[in-house]
Design a protein around this ligand. Structure first.
Ligand code: CU
Length: 177
C-alpha cells in the first residue's frame, strides 16, 4: 500500500474538476456557466494582472455567449492562480491546492514540475488551456480561453492556501449591459 501514490491519485482525480493540470487526453472542462474552448475568431482578450495578493482589475464584464481569452500576468513574488468557478467550486479547489502544497507539488513561489511529471506520467503536465484554471509563476504569464454561456455568479480566484482569504478573488459580471 503506497500512501503517497494514493494521495496523488486523489489529487489527480480532483484535478479534472478544476486545477488546470488535466492530462492532455482529458476532455475540455465545463461548468454550469460555460466551458473551456480553443481560441477562435470571435474571441475577445482580457488581460488580468496578479499581485501579492490581488487581481487587477477586480471585476470584468462579459456577456453570456462571449468567448474570452484571459491572459494572466503574474507581477507578484508568489505563485498565483487564475481559476474560474462559482464560490463552492473554489472552496473544493482550495482543499485540493492545500494537498498539492503539503505534498510538494507546488511551493509558495513555484510549481514543482518534477513532482507533477512523476505524478502525471510522461507528457502529463499540460497547464490549463483546456481547463478553468491556470497556475502562473512569478514574472511569467499564462492563459486560458472560456466560453461563457449563462448569467450566473462567477468568480475568478486564487486557491493557493491563504490567498483567497486575503482577498485574491474577483468577479465576472455576466449581467452587465
Ligand atoms: Cu495567489
Amino acid at each position: 500500500m503506497n500512501t503517497t501514490r494514493n494521495v496523488f491519485a486523489a489529487v489527480l482525480g480532483l484535478s479534472f474538476l478544476g486545477t488546470g493540470f488535466a492530462a492532455e487526453a482529458a476532455p475540455a472542462q465545463s461548468f454550469p456557466f460555460g466551458q473551456a474552448v480553443k481560441v477562435g475568431p470571435t474571441t475577445r482578450t482580457i488581460t488580468i494582472t496578479m499581485r501579492d495578493n490581488l487581481y487587477e482589475p477586480e471585476t470584468v464584464a462579459v456577456k453570456p455567449g462571449e468567448t474570452i481569452r484571459f491572459v494572466v500576468l503574474n507581477r507578484g513574488d508568489l505563485l498565483h492562480e487564475f481559476a474560474l468557478g462559482q464560490p463552492n467550486d473554489h472552496a473544493k479547489h482550495q482543499e485540493m491546492m492545500k494537498t498539492m502544497m503539503d505534498h510538494g507539488m507546488i511551493t509558495a513561489t513555484a510549481v514543482n514540475h518534477e513532482a507533477m511529471k512523476m505524478d502525471m506520467g510522461p507528457g502529463g503536465h499540460a497547464h490549463g488551456p483546456e481547463s478553468a484554471s491556470v497556475l502562473v509563476e512569478p514574472g511569467k504569464q499564462g492563459e486560458l480561453t472560456w466560453k461563457f454561456t449563462k448569467a450566473m455568479t462567477v468568480e475568478f480566484a486564487c486557491t493557493i492556501p491563504g490567498h483567497y482569504e486575503s482577498g485574491m478573488v474577483g468577479t465576472i459580471d455576466l449581467n452587465a449591459e
